[in-house]
Design a protein around this ligand. Structure first.
Ligand code: NDP
Ligand code: 8X3
Length: 251
């Protein structure tokens, strides 16, 4: 029987790359995101290319009732989830604490922190039943606080704490929890952060080779491919040209 992975934020970037990587090694996938058309397109591609089954769930992780409704409607034969990848997330703006927008901050906290809580709690009976491996996509931003990172850094620091808490609380249930903390990955992340400003978004990755979504997907695959008795608790992954949140070697 094929394994099943549940991936949030599968319409783009790291989540989409995880979908491709896990499809390639034979997982069936539950793919989530708000953009239904992208999910359906990806479903078709993966189905044709890798002959795997894909179930799509459209919901906004910020709304507990939407999350619960979608998860409640998972068909019976999709309930044996082996891997949960909590990946959906975003940054909005890179503004000084004094003038950053509170609605932006609320969206980040609600998505990056409460979204992970809503999804994981709604899935909990299935996670316990299946001893599902939970993989949370954190960020270097949760480890090293940088100027004008404020609420995004806070949201990823909270997720770091949540990942550690899950690992401790679910230890006796036989559930592995892995946190992956990427540095700069070229996805739609910066375009979202800079609200559609391509020039600002592209500038983030100028002068060095950033990670790709696939680089992180390969790290996730490594973590979930370990023997039963081995748990990768956390990994920080950066481009070779990045040494910390502050140090880049740009040409
Ligand atoms: P993308 O913008 O390319 O992808 C973000 C994904 O999250 C999309 O699929 C989007 O789907 C989903 N998403 C965002 N908000 C919501 C929401 N409210 N409800 C449901 N889904 C949502 O960025 P990345 O792939 O780079 O980001 C993935 C994760 O990686 C994030 O948690 C990010 O913080 C983290 N990360 C990224 C880094 C980078 O440099 N790119 C570095 C470190 C961490 P849709 O819009 O269709 O709902
Ligand atoms: C995304 C990486 O350094 O822009 O989490 O915060 S960073």
């Amino acid at each position: 029987m094929k394994k099943i992975a549940f991936i949030t934020g599968a319409t783009s970037g790291i989540g989409k790359a995880c979908a491709n990587t896990l499809a390639e090694v034979g997982y069936n996938l539950i793919l989530c995101g708000r953009r239904y058309d992208r999910l359906i397109e990806l479903q078709k591609e993966l189905n044709q290319q890798y002959h795997i089954d894909v179930h799509c769930l459209t919901f906004d992780v910020q709304h507990q009732s939407e999350v619960e409704k979608a998860i409640h409607e998972i068909p019976e034969d999709w309930k044996t989830i082996d891997v949960l990848i909590n990946n959906a997330g975003l940054s909005l703006g890179r503004d000084n604490f004094s003038d950053a927008s509170i609605p932006d901050w609320e969206t980040m906290m609600q998505t990056n922190v409460m979204g992970v809580i809503y999804v994981t709690k709604a899935l909990m009976p299935l996670l316990l039943q299946n001893k599902t491996h939970i993989v949370n996509i954190g960020s270097i931003a949760g480890k090293e606080i940088y100027e004008n990172g404020n609420a995004y850094c806070a949201s990823k620091a909270a997720l770091d704490a949540l990942s550690k808490s899950m690992r401790i609380d679910l230890l006796s249930k036989g559930i592995k929890v892995t946190a992956i903390h990427p540095g700069a990955v070229e996805t739609e992340f910066s375009l979202v952060r800079y609200k559609g400003d391509h020039e600002k978004a592209d500038a983030v990755y100028n002068g060095f080779t950033p990670l790709s979504g696939n680089d992180i997907a390969q790290t996730v695959l490594f973590a979930i491919s370990q023997p039963n008795h081995v748990c990768i608790n956390e990994l920080t992954v950066m481009p070779t040209a990045q040494a910390s949140a502050f140090h880049f070697h740009k040409k």
